[in-house]
Design a protein around this ligand. Structure first.
Ligand code: A2P
Length: 281
């Protein structure tokens, strides 16, 4: 297994990224510097996370050459459409302190569940395509899209998205979306590849953790990689950050891959692009 994936436009992307949602709360840039120290070079952020400035600051303090980093950001629902998308992109660049992004994603397909979404989506994608053609971003993609959202996008798109970032972990593998994307050459990225810890105590993962001599978190990350899915784990301690990168010394057998893939539903966040969020008590 190699340490990068190749996107459908030829761009190389480090095969594990650091998820940053809520990562800098209370720590500022320090947590990002820890992740850089641990070896992460691929960072996934979004305008909505309100931590682009901290990531930019950490990268500057760490004095890492820009070309050694892979930076992803996303346009938020409220900033979709022909007028706002470009401005949101420029604001993200400024906060990150960079001249370009490696990957820019539409965060959610539907800006407002009660209104038409196909129109704003098509307008947003057109701006993304212009940013890509202008060389301001190395690849463009989407997040939290299901096949029907992608079909709608294809109605007006000139460029096929390179990436679809979705919730993906044992117990919630969104098989229909993964199969659809992989068939079309769209790389699937996994947000919450550890199910925000909710699946780490599952008996199957505990059993396999003993068998392979790795932690349940390492199993989840390796599982994603073996599915051709790029995991974006979060961690707040240096040890866990390192551990989550240390997934190349074992291989999950195809039988155990099937067992994980057919686990009963578990650990879903409650987020779905077509419905209001469900909160589990
Ligand atoms: P912590 O922040 O205390 O390090 P996800 O990436 O699926 O959203 O999951 C993130 C959660 O998983 C965080 O609560 C994080 O805890 C925890 N986590 C990250 N890495 C590990 C690990 N190697 N072992 C156990 N828990 C982990």
């Amino acid at each position: 297994m190699c340490n990068s994936f190749r996107l459908n436009n030829g761009t190389e992307i480090p095969c594990i990224g650091f998820g940053t949602y809520k990562a800098t709360d209370g720590t500022g840039p320090e947590i990002i510097k820890e992740a850089l120290k641990a070896g992460y070079r691929h960072f996934d952020t979004a305008a909505f996370y309100e931590n682009e400035a901290e990531i930019g600051e950490a990268a500057a303090d760490f004095k890492i050459p820009r070309e050694d980093l892979f930076l992803t950001s996303k346009v938020w629902k409220a900033d979709m459409g022909a007028e706002k998308t470009g401005k949101s992109f420029e604001a993200s660049l400024k906060r990150l302190g960079t001249e370009y992004l490696d990957l820019f994603l539409i965060h959610w397909p539907r800006p407002d569940l009660k209104k038409d979404w196909q129109g704003p989506l098509a307008e947003t994608w057109k701006v993304m395509e212009e940013l890509y053609r202008a060389g301001k971003v190395r690849a463009i993609g989407v997040s939290n899209f299901m096949p029907h959202h992608l079909e709608a996008l294809f109605g007006s798109a000139d460029i096929c998205p390179s990436v679809n970032q979705i919730e993906f972990h044992p117990g919630h593998t969104q098989e229909t979306t993964v199969a659809y994307c992989q068939e079309k050459g769209i790389l699937v990225q996994a947000w919450s590849p550890l199910g925000r810890k909710r699946v780490l105590e599952h008996p199957l993962l505990k059993e396999l953790s003993g068998k392979y001599g790795v932690s349940p978190a390492q199993l989840c990350i390796r599982y994603a990689l073996q599915r051709g899915v790029l995991p974006l784990p979060k961690a707040s301690s240096y040890e866990r950050m390192k551990q989550n990168l240390d997934v190349f010394g074992f291989e999950i057998s195809s039988e155990d891959m099937y067992r994980i893939s057919s686990m009963p539903p578990a650990g879903w966040s409650g987020e779905h692009p077509d419905f209001e969020r469900i909160y589990f008590t």
